[in-house]
Design a protein around this ligand. Structure first.
Ligand SMILES: Nc1ncnc2c1ncn2[C@@H]1O[C@H](COP(=O)(O)OP(=O)(O)OP(=O)(O)O)[C@@H](O)[C@H]1O
Length: 233
């Protein structure tokens, strides 16, 4: 589903690499935590998957596409296959919960009656079926993040990227959010989540890719993972 082959990425020609010689394969339906200290390259890895940034050398493959040769006109098609969720929710403040979600579908040209059907379905998926008419500021942080997840999932992308989705949330709410991601993963969606949260990583026991200074220093499958190493956060 996602593969990195000898990927190095520099933001500018003379910068130290933000990622260096990355090799990793993330299969269809996998759930992977990407961990590492601040600046280790987690967000950069995510940006390569959405083509927000391009690898300097090496190949990134996503859903069967080699991103180094993907024509610009196909980038929207790629992005439709990858839902994204961020630490700061990024909801449109003047739109209700339902409107925030519907907006994605409107932009894609989805028919009105289909939108009417899909929005309540995805709100139910994240447990917000009774909050569709609220504005984002009328919701808790955890609820706002659930809206962001619903928005990311409404067009049923095969891949969901979550960059520090629990960074602004308390531990209990964080666990709820990751439980929702886990549930989404169990329906077949590939989930890649960057996090600093060692409790979450220890609790959910998924595959862990650990970065340090742009290099993968550990890639451990679900179950093998024991204790988060010193230097992670
Ligand atoms: N837009 C940018 N321009 C130049 N350098 C950047 C840019 N974004 C990130 N970097 C550099 O790339 C490296 C990796 O940063 P990245 O944001 O991927 O790390 P991270 O692990 O996601 O950190 P954090 O946990 O703080 O979000 C760092 O050295 C950072 O300074």
């Amino acid at each position: 589903m996602i593969a990195f082959e000898n990927v190095t990425m520099r933001y500018a020609k003379n910068d130290a690499p933000a990622l260096q010689d990355i090799n990793a394969e993330i299969g269809r339906g996998d759930f992977v935590f990407v961990v590492g200290a601040s600046g280790s390259g987690k967000s950069t890895l995510m940006r390569l998957i959405t083509l927000e940034r391009v690898a300097t050398t090496g190949q990134v493959l996503v859903a069967g596409h080699d991103l180094s040769t993907l024509p610009t006109r196909k980038i929207p098609m790629l992005r439709r296959q990858v839902g994204t969720v961020f630490q700061d929710f990024r909801l449109l403040s003047g739109k209700t919960v339902s409107q925030n979600i519907a907006y994605v579908l409107q932009v894609l040209g989805t028919k009105r009656h289909t939108i009417k059907q899909l929005v309540p379905e995805v709100l139910e998926l994240v447990g917000l079926e009774d909050k569709g008419r609220r504005l984002p500021h009328e919701l808790s942080g955890g609820e706002q993040q659930r809206v962001a997840i619903a928005r990311a999932m409404v067009n049923k992308p095969p891949i969901l990227l979550a960059d520090e989705p629990t960074g602004n949330l308390d531990p209990g709410t964080s666990a709820e959010i990751v439980s929702i991601l886990d549930r989404i993963n169990r329906t077949g969606t590939t989930v890649v989540m960057a996090t600093h949260d060692t409790t979450i990583v220890d609790t959910f026991r998924k595959r862990v890719i650990q970065l340090r200074d742009g290099v993968i220093v550990r890639d451990q499958a679900q179950g093998e993972y024991a204790v988060v190493e010193e230097g992670l956060v």
